[in-house]
Design a protein around this ligand. Sequence first.
Ligand code: CP
Ligand code: NVA
Length: 314
Amino acid sequence: MASRLRGRDFLAIGDLDPGDLSELLGLAARLKAGEDPGTALSRQSIAMVFLRPSNRTRVSFEAAISRLGGHPIALFDREIEIGRRESVSDVGRILDRFVSGLVARIPSDRDLRGLARAMEGPVINAMTDLGHPCQILADCLTVQEAVGRLEGARITFVGDGNNVCNSWVEAAYVAGLDLRVVTPPGYGPEPGVLASAAGLAGPGTGQVLVTNDLDQGLTDTDVIYTDVWTSMGQEDQHEDRRQDFGPYQINEAVVGRAPSGVRVMHCLPAHRGEEITDGVIDGPHSIVFDQAENRYWVQLALLLAVFSDSGDQA
Ligand code: CP
Ligand code: NVA
């Protein structure tokens, strides 16, 4: 039976219902345990547009597409110049004539949706300024592995209410998480995401607390999660942000105020010495490198679910 995700875009965590999420995580776990993924992408090409830098996302997608027998074609801003050399919609219409689907990292979520509308082939969000759903898929697998469960897991996101945080907010309702978002005043998650995420299909147990009080977030938590204070595209705000986020650094003292078994996660790249110290990221609570590896496994599962004809693997 083919996956329900077959042929569909994956633009946000909110595109998944709890069944889709558990299908993807289950398949990713089986693949990681050694199940043969097969060659569902044999003789297919997948375009990948990266208008922002990437290490994990690009390499893990390229490796996963190749593992499935497909051919990844990576395009960068200097080549494709979306919106300058050619309209968003024309880029999508042209790529659609050559490839089976698109993995896109572009700043504007609106442009991502424009590409998805222009293409019949599936489009996968490899990060916009609004969300980073592939990251949060990998994070959900990592939480399942490290905490032993996803529904009811207590996740404390500390830092900027950015793209990664917005996708966590959606995941909270789809997966039934107890999510605490701790930010400096004025840096909370996108209000539109907070409002719409509460209406997503889920087990009904998801909750999101937004606070400026770090200790409120650290109480009884399973995971402390952080991300850079200055995301790509915000470089001109770096100095102001360093000031505003200083009290929210994840250092040894902060981890010491959380339960002793707490896990520390970070989507990476890390700005060591800003949002997280060397002692924490390289310390005994950190699971950040296992977390990064899981990008490969969940994306292998996602590609299979979206592109596999037979759905044998999904
Ligand atoms: N976490 C993540 O998306 O990393 P890259 O920016 O290196 O792809
Ligand atoms: N919030 C970060 C995530 C990087 C993976 C950024 O957008 O730069």
